[in-house]
Design a protein around this ligand. Sequence first.
Ligand code: PEP
Length: 256
Amino acid sequence: MSTNERKTLIAANWKMYKTPDEAVAFIKAFVPLIGKHGHAEVVVCASPTLLPTVVDAARNTPIRVAAQNMHWLDQGAYTGETSPLMLKALGVTHVLIGHSERRQYFNETDESVNLKLKSALAHGLIPIVCVGELLDEREANQTAEVLERQTSIALGGIDPEAAKSLIIAYEPVWAIGTGRTATPEIADDAHKIIRAQIAKSLSPALAASTRILYGGSVKGENTASLCCLQDIDGALVGGASLDPASFASIVANSAA
Ligand code: PEP
């Protein structure tokens, strides 16, 4: 359960889904459903083509809007990329960095995650940095090593004073989109490993205040058992965030 210092955060990762009309219909249906759940911050991570529409639809609502990726440079000859300046100009507040689908299909590395994180912090975008082990790595008992490596490289050279907005998402790759959720014990252990690494890489104070979300087949039915744990401060939700009622039930059940 989040502490007073770490407000629960529930983030929707819409991946490469929804047209602008569908995004607006979602926001219209979703906002009344979460009206009374002020315990959690809610963020929607949308594709670049949806960002202006979602920022507009979410104005005067509790929803904040995130990009799913960005380049670390302000501008340049990088066809197909989106810069932090472009996101800021749209009113985007958060950015996902290093999602496992970006690492798996688009060759993102721990080093590019570090560059993106530094850039997001420098531009005042709230970063949600994703880490998580593959199934093979878990089966080979390498989970702690992988999480420590991903977290320490991501945080390399970062000034703790500049990293107060940092959010980490623990997403075991074997649980993403598979319907196979980590048990609360597995998730809690992993969050403790990540928090210990933040203490080493940044500072114990920052480790205590950084929110660590769990992601991987979160649904309304398993939210309470995950979000009630000491080191789990919310969720990053893919498939179950596409439907307003299903996502609203996750927000409601995260109050446990
Ligand atoms: C994700 O996309 O980050 C995710 C966790 O997906 P799902 O909830 O569908 O497993």
